[in-house]
Design a protein. Structure first.
Length: 389
């Protein structure tokens, strides 16, 4: 099934992410070679796998830009350290591009292990990248600085998740935040990578005040500051939405908020109904990471663990609630690609990577293709990770 040099997907109902109607896609060499309005006549000598989708919906592969690929956790003892995330947890969720990071545990886990896990996922056929740093300052790095990590290490595209407004953070000052942001920004100028500061937001009452101070007190572009978990508190979400008018991208996390914040599908629906720029919001899973709850004294009261499928379930919920696919799909694809400067990702377009997800009649995932290779075909795994059964 994966041996053919060319694949022709016929009669695809294409969302690229905009609705394009019925089209025919020719895939080869890991790329989308061409999109046809009418069925092409191909040389009979070519080795072409042809698949008639009969009007099934085809969307870009999802991009999960916040996932603990080496495993997260550890906040209730060493036994709660989550193992590395296997390939199938991504592809099962329709995720064809993953960006890994370190969280609370940037002590027993390292940038070295993060980069190694990225290379492992790449060898297994997934597009994978990572951040340097973690929750705390000074940041854990590979080369000794944020800037040189981004400039010289291919998979490292940004810095994060640096924690603010959280009792687990290193309580960074404005000056410390600006120094991190300046290194990330200059690295972006030098490399064309994302160069963002991916900011973990906790439940603290200070919210995004530090980011507002950074924006008003420096020349660093607003796009450098990228807060995540912004739906965990209602006041935080409303505060974050206002930052999009200044040019910040904000990130909703696909976790339950226990009534304290906006559930992810609700947050996305509210954003769509607003006058905020639709291209400045993304969603991620926090996959592989722990989802702890703490009391006011900082004691752990409950813990759960996330995976990328939580993000996909949000997409399903939106579609089941009648939200048009072309309206909500950019939050999972093209908006993320724009933020991360993934120039060949997030859209179905000639010359882009052949990262495709095919949905069934119930708008559930039936096929997943990453870089032109089937990983899931007709809801069955064709390809799994090296150590998966």
């Amino acid at each position: 099934m994966n041996k053919q040099s060319l694949i022709l997907l016929k009669n695809a109902n294409l969302f690229a992410p905009q609705a394009l109607g019925i089209r025919h896609l020719l895939v080869g060499g890991g790329r989308i070679l061409q999109i046809f309005d009418s069925l092409p006549k191909l040389d009979s000598q070519l080795d072409v796998q042809q698949l008639d989708l009969q009007g099934a919906t085809v969307i870009p592969g999802l991009i999960d830009a916040h996932t603990h690929i080496t495993g997260g956790g550890g906040e209730a003892g060493f036994a709660t350290r989550v193992p590395p995330v296997p390939l199938s947890q991504f592809t099962r969720a329709g995720v064809t591009t993953a960006v890994g990071l370190l969280g609370t545990d940037d002590t027993t886990r390292s940038t070295e292990s993060l980069v190694a896990q990225v290379y492992g996922l790449r060898e297994e056929g997934l597009s994978a990248y990572c951040y340097t740093g973690g929750y705390h300052l000074p940041p854990t790095t590979l080369t000794g600085s944020i800037k040189t990590d981004i400039v010289f290490v291919d998979p490292i595209v940004a810095v994060g998740e640096l924690a603010i407004s959280d009792h687990r953070s290193s309580q960074p000052t404005l000056n410390e935040l600006l120094k991190v942001a300046s290194e990330a920004h200059v690295a972006r100028l030098m490399t064309g990578k994302a160069g963002t500061v991916h900011l973990h937001l906790g439940d603290g009452e200070r919210g995004l005040s530090l980011v507002r101070e950074a924006l008003s007190g420096s020349e660093i572009p607003a796009r450098t500051f990228n807060p995540t978990h912004v739906n965990r508190q209602r006041f935080l979400f409303e505060e974050a939405c206002e930052l999009t008018k200044q040019g910040c991208w904000i990130d909703v996390t696909a976790f339950e908020t226990d009534g304290e914040g906006y559930e992810p599908a609700d947050a996305l629906s509210r954003y769509l109904a607003s006058d905020f720029p639709n291209d400045k919001l993304t969603i991620s899973s926090d996959g592989g990471g722990c989802l702890p709850c703490f009391d006011k004294q900082g004691h752990l009261t409950k813990m759960d663990f996330a995976n990328s499928e939580s993000m996909t379930q949000v997409l399903y919920e939106l579609l089941d609630n009648g939200v048009p696919l072309q309206d909500c799909l950019p939050f999972f694809s093209s908006n993320v690609a724009s933020l991360m400067n993934f120039h060949k990702k997030g859209k179905i377009h000639a010359g882009f990577d052949a990262d495709l997800v095919i949905l069934d009649d119930s708008s559930r995932i039936s096929h997943v293709m990453a870089l032109g290779v089937w990983h899931i075909f007709d809801k069955s795994f064709v390809k799994k990770g090296t150590f998966e059964d």
